[in-house]
Design a protein around this ligand. Structure first.
Ligand code: ARG
Ligand code: ZN
Ligand code: CA
Length: 160
């Protein structure tokens, strides 16, 4: 199926202005989930997750069996970028208190894992580590998420 939004044509989102829509379906290609950032088309707004990685019981597959894929994808839905900014050291995630990095971390990294001359925040939900090894958003990420619910923010209508 891929990250091409096909499922959303078959099953259009319900009230995306006020509700987070979640599709659970096989994506394939090793993709765990994908999300739309705030400000995109309402016809494709929401989060898609493969069933092997959705929730923490039943049809889930280690090491992505603790529901963190949805935590990560909802982070994107609420305007968070990957911790490494999807680029090299100078590429920003627009969050001041997450240190610069130059790519994703995988598995369960030991601390410190140093990239771009500083220890990576590998335990952040917006890295690519195993579910058991990600357990935090930063204050700056919290503030960036909350900002889109302020008056004029991209998801302010959800508070109605
Ligand atoms: N967008 C990422 C992917 O599709 C999700 C990574 C989620 N990471 C996790 N530990 N559950 O690959
Ligand atoms: Zn991601
Ligand atoms: Ca940062």
């Amino acid at each position: 199926m891929g990250t091409n939004n096909a499922v959303k044509s078959a099953y259009p989102p319900v009230s995306p202005e006020t509700h987070l829509n979640i599709w659970v379906c096989n994506i394939g290609g090793g993709i765990l989930g994908y999300a739309q950032f705030p400000g995109g088309s309402l016809t494709t707004d929401g989060v898609v997750c493969s069933p092997q990685y959705f929730g923490n019981t039943g049809y889930v597959s280690a090491p992505f069996n603790k529901g963190r894929t949805m935590t990560h994808e909802v982070g994107h839905y609420l305007n968070l970028r990957h911790i490494w900014g999807d680029g090299r050291c100078r590429q920003d995630d627009f969050v001041a208190d997450t240190p610069s990095s130059d790519g994703p971390n995988y598995g369960c990294p030991t601390y410190p894992t140093v990239n771009c001359k500083s220890p990576d925040m590998t335990m952040n939900y917006m890295d690519y580590v195993d579910d058991a090894c990600m357990y935090m958003f930063s204050d700056g990420q919290r503030n960036r998420m909350r900002a889109i619910f302020q008056p004029g923010g991209a998801r302010a209508s959800m508070l109605n």
